[in-house]
Each structure stands twice: as C-alpha cells, then as structure tokens.
Write a new protein. Structure first.
Length: 527
C-alpha cells in the first residue's frame, strides 16, 4: 500500500513541475507588448483548450475523491492524540451524623407564655372578650396541635396565614411562625463532640442543615487525619469534596405529624348511599372509568348508548369521588403481606398546565402498590410522606432488613435521615442513571424497571382521562387506580392473578360486582 501511494505522489509531483513551467511561459506571453500570429493561433487552438479543461476537471475529481478520506483520517488521528479530559470530581457522599445536643427548653421560658395578659388587655381595650376563631366551612382549620410559641395561645386562636402559605398566624399576638423552625430560636443546638453552638449552613426545602464552626473540633481533626493517612492532599480536603465537619439536619415535620396526616379524601362528604341510580350502574361506571381507563365523557357516552342510562360526565366524576372516599380507608387499613423490598420512583404529570409529581412505592416482588400520592413539589417532604405511607402498611411489624430502592435523587437520602432520627432504620439502595456503572445499580436494576413499568401503566390510564384541574381530583383518581391495580387487575407477571386475592372479591362473577364488593368492604372498614 505504501509503494502505491509513493508512486502516486511521484506522478503528481511531475505534473506539478510541468504545470509550473507552463505557467512560466504563459506569464512571458502575457507580458509581451505585441501579440504575434503564432501566439494568436496557439491561444485559439481548440485541442490545447480541450487538454487544459480536461486536466482541470480531472484534478478537481481527484481532489473530491481523496479529500474526504484524508480529512477523516486526520480527524481520527487528532482524537487519538488528544489528551483525555479529566472526569468531573463528584460531590461528597450524603452522610449521617449522630443527633446534636439541645441546650434550652421552651418550658423554661414562662415569661413568653402571656396568653392571659393578651386576653385581659383586649377586654380592657374593647370591652369584650377575645373569642376563638370561627371555623365555619373549615377554611381556617389547621392540623397543628401545639400553641403559639410567642404567647402560648391554644390552637383555637391559630389559623393559616393566607398572606404566606405554610405559616400559622396567632390571633392574639399577631405572630407568624412555622411549626418547627420558629422553635429553633428558643433553643441552642450544640455539637456532641465539642459542645460548640451549631450555626445554620444551608436552608434547604424541607429541612435546615446546621454545622459545627469549631476548627479544633475533635470530629473535624479526626476526619482530617483519616483523609491525610489515605494520601489525600490538604488542598483537596479543603475543596469541599470531603466531609470533615459535623452536620445535622432539622426537618420541618416530625413523626407525630405524619401519624396525624389526613387521608387524601378528608373533607369529602360520603354521598355514595344517596345516588339515584341502582348499584349495578355504579359498578359499570367504575368499570369503564377506572378498570378500562376511559374518560368521564366516554364513560357517560357508553352508559347512554349501550346501557340506555342517561347520566352526565359530571355524574361519573361524582361517583368516582364518593367511591374514593369509601375505599381509601380500606386501602390504608388492609393487612398487607409485604416483602422486605419496596421500590419507589416519581414521575410528572400536567395539572392545569403546571407540573405535578406522582410518587409511587410498591412491593416489586408481589406487584402491590404501597404508596400513591400526587404532590405539587418534588422535595424532601414529599419523599418523607410517600415512604411513611409505605412503612405504615407494615402496621408496626417493620422488617429488620427492610430496604427501599429508588433512583439517585437526594431527597430519598434526606428522607432516610429523617426516619433514622425517629428510630426507624432501613437500607436505601439507589440505582443511578440508565447504565449499570456500579454494583448496586446492577443488582437492583430489575426492581427499578418494574417501577418504571408501573409509571408507564399509570400514564396510560391518566392520558385517557384527559387530566384534572386540581391536585385533589388527581389524588382521587390515584385511589381508584391503586384499588384496581392491587385488588382487581390481573398481572401477567403473577400468572394472570391479582396481586392481592380477597376471597369475597374473587367470588364475584364480573368486574362491576367486584367493584361493588370492594365498596362494601370499605364501608366495613369505616364502621
């Protein structure tokens, strides 16, 4: 191959030499003052003109043929010679330290609790007593069972601050506060290693991060010495890639509030027993709307065209809402037989033109959905509530080897920290990316793919429903979807059996009767 290229280069060099000589003579002719007859005859010779044109065309074809090949080889050589770019250095791992020491107690400050003084001052000023807040339609009803941290007013004098969502407002002292962060200014958090007062490092969504600022803290000195012994230079240690200081996280929610968390259908009146149509019509509506994923308008059209039952699409939505109110306690109170592996993931949907986030947790071995919720935000609080809903399904018998499998979103690691601080321990395995780049991802990828398949199934059902206008309606549909998925829908992965076989439901001959039996079991759970 090299000999052919060498001969080819020699021929091209000869051609170039003759071209240069020819150009030289042509320059001389062009510089001549007078044009002789011989020169005119040479310039008008058609054979000469044809030879020059053919030569130019052939050289152009030769360039077009050789050029791309040479450019491709040159590009590959450049990539091969280029130095590999250094891979980005990752962040420090999400680690958990022991709880901090708490210095100070709210009960030690009785002078702050002057609720009676406010009552006496208001009566002296206005001549009448300061009455508690009227709930009326429940607009100002709150879940907070504590009192005002400033004056000690009971919860009857507290209501939601409509100006700033997420805050409570005291009717007596007009103080605004959140249920947890306000208490932090009444206490001092101290490092358990050096007793130094902690300082606020980060104000995250759902929790605050406090750190020990003491450079001579025994925890920091020990960590730095450990990293130095591993051969890590001090410049890299100071870069922030390695955790050397004591950290703790204070969450915006506690476990007691999770236990008092209301059901998704709280506030919805139970009108299922007052519907005008027979029960079999209710069963058919739920079958078309939930089991076969038809929209409310298509369900109403089928009921009119096929079954000759005149109902509107709003009636279909009303039936769905009333049914969700009844069967949600059954979904939450049923004694599930779960394995020790729970897989979770989140996906997004559009509600009224805005993103909302669906959190699913399920037993991937038994295909049982354990947590189902739609949130406005994809944050730590949403992860905590979703994990709690799954943990609650064990009804106090939490396996010692309980393991959650999620993606690499750090909100799940923060949620694990929250439960660890509450004495609930479990392992968290995170499957990173779409390729198995570590042992954990390779081991738990099949479980994660099952959850991804659940997300696709839900989106298939949700797309035919044409969406919803608010979060409440979306969560109502989640209840019906979960009930159908767990108790009524056969799964090919389970040999075309339902994940949870309830004998009373399986005895029914058709799907509409199974829905009615599920409603009956829901009423028994409520009673």
């Amino acid at each position: 191959m090299n000999s052919i290229i060498t001969q080819f280069k020699s021929d091209l060099n000869t051609l170039c030499k003759f071209s240069n000589v020819l150009l030289y003579f042509l320059d001389m002719l062009e510089a001549a003052d007078k044009s002789h007859d011989a020169i005119n005859a040479l310039a008008s010779n058609p054979e000469l003109v044809s030879l020059i044109q053919n030569c130019g065309d052939n050289m152009e074809k030769l360039t077009k043929t050789i050029g791309p090949i040479a450019s491709d080889i040159s590009r590959k050589d450049a990539w091969a010679k280029a130095k590999p770019k250094p891979r980005g250095k990752g962040y420090a791992n999400f680690e958990v330290d022991e709880p901090p020491l708490i210095d100070g107690n709210l009960d030690d400050c009785p002078e702050k609790y002057n609720f009676d003084d406010y009552l006496r001052h208001h009566k002296a000023k206005t001549g009448r007593e300061l009455k508690p807040i009227k709930t009326k339609t429940g607009q100002y009803k709150i879940d907070y069972d504590g009192c005002c941290p400033e004056c000690g007013a009971p919860r009857e004098y507290l209501y939601d601050n409509v100006v700033s969502m997420g805050q409570l407002l005291c009717k007596c002292c007009k103080t605004t506060f959140t249920t947890h962060k306000t208490h932090l200014n009444k206490i001092t958090l101290r490092c358990p290693h050096c007793k130094y007062a902690l300082v606020l490092k980060h104000d995250r969504k759902g929790y605050n991060v406090y750190t020990c600022p003491n450079n001579n803290c025994t925890y920091r000195v020990k960590r730095i010495n450990t990293l130095k012994n591993r051969g890590i230079p001090m410049a890299e240690i100071r870069s922030g890639r390695h955790k050397v200081r004591y950290f703790t996280r204070i969450f915006d929610i506690n476990y007691e509030e999770l236990e008092k968390m209301k059901l998704l259908t709280s506030g919805i009146k139970d009108k299922l027993s007052n519907i005008n149509n027979p029960q079999i019509i209710l069963g058919l509506v739920l079958t078309y709307y939930s089991s076969y994923a038809l929209s409310s308008r298509k369900t109403a059209a089928i009921m009119n065209d096929v079954h000759e039952v005149d109902i509107s699409h709003q009636t279909v939505l009303n039936y769905a809402t009333y049914t969700a109110k009844v069967i949600e306690p059954f979904l939450e109170g049923y004694k599930y037989n779960l394995s020790n592996i729970i897989t979770g993931d989140e996906t997004y949907i559009k509600i009224a033109g805005k993103h909302a986030y669906v959190f699913f947790f399920s037993d991937s071995n038994k295909k049982i959905i354990t947590s189902y919720h739609v949130f406005c935000n994809r944050d730590t609080l949403a992860a905590i509530k979703s994990m709690y809903q799954s943990i609650k399904k064990y009804q106090g018998n939490i396996p010692k080897d309980l393991e959650f499998i999620t993606d690499g979103n750090p909100i799940y690691r923060a949620a694990q920290v929250f439960f660890n601080l509450e004495g609930i321990n479990f392992d968290l395995s995170q499957v990173i990316g779409i390729r198995n780049q570590d042992k954990t991802s390779k081991m738990y990828r099949p479980h994660k793919q099952i959850t991804e398949r659940l997300n696709r199934t839900y989106k298939y059902y949700y797309s035919d429903s044409n969406g919803f206008s608010n979060i409440t309606c979306a969560n109502i549909y989640m209840i019906l979807f979960t009930a159908n998925f767990n108790f009524l829908r056969p799964h090919s992965g389970l040999g075309y059996k339902v994940p949870i076989e309830v004998s009373e439901i399986q005895e029914q001959s058709n799907i509409q009767s199974k829905w009615l039996k599920l409603i009956e079991l829901g009423y028994k759970m409520i009673a």
